[in-house]
Every structure is written in C-alpha cells, then in structure tokens.
Write a protein that binds this ligand. Structure first.
Ligand SMILES: [Fe+2]
Length: 133
C-alpha cells in the first residue's frame, strides 16, 4: 500500500507543478514500498538519487513560478526547499554509514515533510496567485 495518495485538493492550480508533486509522491511511495520492509538499504541508493534529482528540478521550477507571480514569501519558501535538500543529504549520509533504521526513519520523515509542504506551504502561493488573478 502506498504511503500517500494524491488527492485533487492538493492541487496548486498549476498543472505542471501538480504533475511534479505527483511524481515526487510516487518516488517517496516507491522507496517506501520497495525498500522499507527489508533489512538492507541497498535498494535505496538509486531511489535517493532519483528523489534528489527530481526534488531539485521541481524546486527550481516552483521557485521560478513564485518569482513570476511575485510571491512575497518566496525567500522563506526557498529556505524550506533548501532544508529538504539538506535533510536528503543527511539521509544519504545515514545510508552511507549503513545506519539502516536511521535511513528508514528519515524516509518516513521526508515523505511526511513533502506532504505537509505541498498541503500547507505550497497552498499559500496557490491562494496568493488566486488573489492576484
Ligand atoms: Fe514548495
């Protein structure tokens, strides 16, 4: 069973960014489904890379969008993105240190962070964009 399911109410009213969010949730679900229930972290490495690369790609697109709509809290939002990347790097270190339980708990943490971010923080710029249109 996936950790998270996409719901229409998560939409930020930008098709491209919604698509990115769906893919990010898919990657987290796939890490959870494929890697969390076994006693080795070997399968996680390519997935960490995938999550890392896609998160960076998506954050850049989202930050461009916030710049275009002149979202007033974009600097704070950009810092939240940087924090996610920082936590991902911590997870990578835990993985490389072969700390299986820590790696697994960080995957759950990152998944929850991502969902909270889409539901709470991304919602703020979506509402802002609605207000200026
Ligand atoms: Fe965001």
């Amino acid at each position: 069973m996936p950790l998270f399911n996409w719901k229409d109410e998560y939409s930020v009213n930008v098709a491209e960014l919604d698509q990115h969010h769906k893919i990010l949730i898919d990657i987290v679900n796939s890490i959870y489904d494929n890697c969390l229930r076994i006693d080795t972290v070997d399968c996680i490495q390519p997935k960490i890379r995938e999550l890392f690369d896609y998160a960076e790609y998506h954050f850049t697109a989202e930050e461009d969008y916030m710049r275009r709509i002149e979202y007033f809290e974009r600097e704070e939002h950009i810092e939240l993105h940087a924090m996610f990347i920082f936590k991902l790097k911590e997870m990578q270190q835990a993985y490389e240190g072969n700390e299986i339980e820590l790696t697994k708990s960080m995957i759950v943490f990152l998944g929850k962070w991502l969902l909270h971010h889409v539901l709470e923080e991304d919602r703020k710029y979506a509402l802002y964009a609605q207000g200026i249109n």
